[in-house]
Design a protein around this ligand. Structure first.
Ligand code: APR
Length: 260
């Protein structure tokens, strides 16, 4: 993909989107920031600037003593995730897919907001909070059920066997779900344009995917409030909030934002 003139990033992004045939989006916490879910590394209110991920989101620490995580889940994550609604950025990607112009959303997010906005092909690299599983017998419970249980029992035991419950999200130190990683790798390898939105691109193996797409000659549009390691290789870098600029991009390329 020939590098576009960078002095008009929005215009370049429109040209790239208009000319692409196999677009894939790769999203991180920044796409949900305007839904009220804090990101992880933003200087002002990033989750990991207030809580140590080694303490609150590593598998080793969780298996030693899950209490710390469940209290964090109860006091911090559950409210943020359950109150959040999709924002215009999520809805713009769902519109691009409805128009037949987006193959898939590969997301690092666990909040389910892409699906809530209407996106149908969503690859959750880091799992999701919808379902909580027993590590002993495999029984599954909804997030809501376990949240109610937390008021009485912390950490919450499995109702069926008394075993340890864990949300089906990827903790630090855990490998990514194989099927999701395979599907995401295939999508990144097959795309001719990757839309990287709201990710600092510092967590691997997820961050390999935009690099793979670039290596295979795909174009790259970066939508991120702050600098990322791939900005220099991007064909267009948009520093505006995703919830503002993505709907403008859709309108500019003639994609109907609302479902018919
Ligand atoms: N629009 C666009 N970009 C935004 C917005 C916004 N409204 N708000 C914040 N950003 C950008 C920030 O500048 C930042 O670079 O989104 C990025 C979010 O980066 P992180 O907080 O590091 O989130 P993410 O990249 O998704 O983290 C990856 O790390 O902790 C793990 O599993 C967790 O999935 C997560 C992974």
């Amino acid at each position: 993909m020939a590098p576009q003139v960078k002095d008009d990033a929005f215009g370049s992004a429109c040209n790239l989107l208009a000319g692409a045939r196999r677009v894939v989006a790769f999203t991180g916490a920044g796409v949900s920031a305007e839904s009220g879910i804090p990101t992880y590394r933003d200087a002002e209110d990033g989750l990991w600037t207030q809580y140590d991920p080694e303490e609150f989101a590593s598998i080793d620490r969780f298996l030693q003593d899950p209490t710390l995580f469940w209290r964090f889940f109860q006091d911090v994550r559950y409210q943020a995730i359950t109150k959040a609604e999709p924002n215009p950025g999520h809805r713009a990607l769902a519109a691009l897919e409805r128009a037949g112009r987006l193959r898939a959303v590969i997301t690092q997010n666990i909040d389910g907001l892409h699906q809530a906005a209407g996106s149908r092909t969503v690859i959750e690299l880091h799992g999701n909070t919808r379902s909580i599983r027993c590590l002993s017998c495999g029984a599954r419970y909804s997030m809501e059920t376990v949240y109610l249980q937390l008021a009485r029992e912390l950490p919450p035991p499995c109702r069926a066997c008394g075993g340890m419950l864990k949300p089906e999200v990827v903790f630090f130190g855990e490998s990514l779900p194989e099927a999701a990683l395979r599907q995401a790798t295939e999508a990144a390898d097959a795309c001719d344009l990757l839309l990287a939105i709201g990710s600092s691109l510092v967590v691997y193996p997820a961050a390999i995917l935009p690099e793979r797409a670039l290596r295979r000659g795909a174009g790259l549009i970066m939508v991120n409030r702050t600098a990322t390691p791939l900005d220099e290789q991007a064909d267009a870098v948009l520093r505006q909030p995703a919830g503002e600029v993505l709907p403008l991009l859709m309108e500019a390329i003639g994609v109907e934002l609302e479902p018919a």
